[in-house]
Structure formats: C-alpha cells, structure tokens
Design a protein around this ligand. Sequence first.
Ligand code: AMP
Length: 187
Amino acid sequence: MNIILLGPSGSGKGTQGAILARRLSVPTIATGELLGDAVQRSTELGREAKQYMDRGELVPDEIIVRLVGEQLASPDAERGIVLDGFPRTIRQAEAVNRLLAERGEGARAVLLFDVPEEELVRRLLARASAEARSDETPETIRQRLDVYRRSTAPLVGYYRELGVLTIVPGTGTVEEVADAVKRAVGK
Ligand code: AMP
C-alpha cells in the first residue's frame, strides 16, 4: 500500500508518517530526512543539496527523483511505502506515478495535512530553537512556506482531480490526527 503525505513543513507529516508506517509495517521515504543525512555525512549529494536547503528552496527535481527511485528499489519497499515530503512539484508527482506504475501500482491515498499558516510558523520556530537546524531561521521558514504555496500547493488540485485526495485536519493532538489518518487510509 502506497500513501503520499502532502502538506507544508510543520504540518505534522513527519510525525504522522512515522506512526502510519509503523502501523502498516512499511518503510517511510522522508526526502527531507534523507537529504539531512546526506548533508550530515557531507556526501556529494549532501553538498549539492545543502546550497538549496539552506536557502529554503527545493532541491532540483532530478536529484530528488533519483534519490527516491533508489529507495523504492530496496526490497523493504516491496510491501508499500509512506512518502513524506515527496512529491513537492508537479514534475515529482509525475515521476512518482511513473515509478509506482513500473511496479504495477499507484497511490492508494494522498493525505493533505491542513494547518493554518500562523500555527505552522509557531511550530517551526519552536522546532528551530529545539533542533538548531541551519535551514530553520525565520527567513528560511517564510521562504519555505512561500515555496510550498508556489510549487507544492498545485499538487492539491492535481490529486483532487485524480480522486485520491483526503484533507486531514492537522491541528488536533497527535492521537486525534493519527485517528483521522487511520480513517482516511481505511486501515
Ligand atoms: P523537510 O524537512 O521535508 O521540510 O525538507 C527540508 C528541505 O529539504 C526542504 O526545504 C528542501 O530544500 C529539501 N527537500 C525535501 N524534500 C524535497 C523534495 N521532495 N523536493 C525538493 N526539495 C526537497
């Protein structure tokens, strides 16, 4: 079962993705985390990605699509995957369709985590001070929300037309949101 989680930074995708993946016993592919690891290890990919991440911009589609393609090819991913933070552009969404179609599959559900912008900013500022992430300054937070509106929000219409979109209110407790996710996924 393949599930796509959509929503801006701070909307709870990461937390809910981890809970859902555990429940379904499938791996999560979280592109932000994969990139963060690559930056930490200072791999070639990490050094290239860091320039974009530090500015709050999206890493180019071809880099991300290759990264996800590699993860999808792992035997772990055979039973399904939870995609967290990918796709983030229409081109990435088309690439996911292609990658899943190659496995004779599609996305069972696309969940959009709906959280008001002022709540997102509050959460992201709290996380920035807790984790000291170099890409979470007030300027990059604003920039990332802008990039979301411009590049990622169009995916909402794209998936709505495909008939797979469910909007999950993202403002309750972790347990309440996890229950809403469970209902949306149907198991
Ligand atoms: P996140 O923790 O998911 O917000 O990701 C942190 C940063 O990694 C983002 O601000 C982007 O620079 C980059 N990133 C993560 N996922 C993607 C993606 N699917 N496409 C492009 N850039 C991404």
